[in-house]
Design a protein around this ligand. Structure first.
Ligand code: APR
Length: 259
């Protein structure tokens, strides 16, 4: 079935009405948002030459300390894919929504920085950003050019300030989410009138809490996903389709109401 056939016009209209009438909107995105930019999800990326590795070895501090060379090389490999990727029509539609409406916060679980690359402002990154580095022991942010960015296996470079190895500034299993990002996201979810949920399975906590918080505070929840998720049950409208296919259509409808 094509997306056009799958989405009922009245559902698209209800979603657009809710967004157009909202004073505050939260757009909450997960790995599915980046799929059409060719970014593999964390688990999808565990294929080919990485197939034999356990996520616990590649995405924990213990794993990094045990084998810094392997973990650095895995992230360098993923970072190269992100840097080479471009935002798609769905990312651009989110940016356009920010221009059309008075207040739209983008809260993402993605670490690829593609919302910012699409020109979105006010992006809250719950799980960090793979393009950024900080050192393992002191958390010094590294702002220079990353040395030796190719797919060759190599050791993590040392922090210029203290010599501790550099690591990606992402949230690994067992780590706290960045406090400022969490406070901002939870605050905005409590206060928003509409929450647009895109491309998340709703299985990773605490991010999966956001639509529950919004809904229990009276917000209208819209979900865009080709499949049902753990969160479909609390959506007021479920729009079945992809981010790249549906978000431009939805934002077109919003523009017709506010433009
Ligand atoms: N457009 C929209 N949604 C899509 C698309 C698409 N083109 N393709 C797939 N999806 C949906 C899937 O149906 C699924 O519901 O995206 C969701 C992806 O689910 P997950 O891979 O579980 O992603 P996410 O919810 O973001 O949780 C994964 O684990 O590795 C960590 O930090 C990572 O936060 C991420 C989390």
């Amino acid at each position: 079935m094509s997306e056009k056939a799958a989405v009922r016009p009245e559902d698209l209209a209800r979603a657009a009405d809710a967004l157009a009438g909202a004073r505050r909107v939260v757009v909450s995105t997960g790995a599915g948002m980046s799929k059409e930019s060719g970014i593999p999800t964390f688990r999808d990326a565990l294929e080919g030459l990485w197939a034999e590795f356990d996520p616990q070895e590649l995405a924990t501090e213990q794993g990094f300390r045990a084998n810094p060379r392997r973990v650095w090389s895995w992230y360098a490999w993923r970072r190269r894919r992100v840097v080479e990727a471009a935002p798609h029509a769905g990312h651009l539609a989110v940016t356009e929504l920010q221009r059309l409406l008075p207040s739209v916060t983008v809260v993402t679980q993605n670490v690829d920085g593609l919302h910012a690359a699409a020109g979105s402002e006010d992006v809250v990154e719950l799980h960090g950003n793979i393009r950024r580095l900080r050192c393992l022991d002191a958390g010094h942010l590294f702002t220079g050019e990353i040395p030796g960015e190719d797919d060759t296996e190599r050791d993590p470079p040392p922090c210029p300030a203290c010599g501790s190895p550099l690591r990606p500034d992402v949230v690994w299993f067992g780590e706290m989410l960045p406090r400022v990002a969490v406070e901002r996201a939870w605050d905005d979810a409590r206060r928003c009138d509409a929450l647009l949920l895109v491309g998340t399975s709703g299985t990773v906590w605490p991010a999966a809490d956001l639509p529950h918080i919004a809904r229990s505070n009276g917000a209208f929840v819209i979900e865009v996903n080709p499949e049902t998720s753990e969160l479909t049950g609390i959506a007021n409208v479920f729009l079945q389709g992809t981010a790249g296919g549906l978000l431009p259509r939805l934002v077109h409808e919003v523009r017709a109401r506010v433009g």
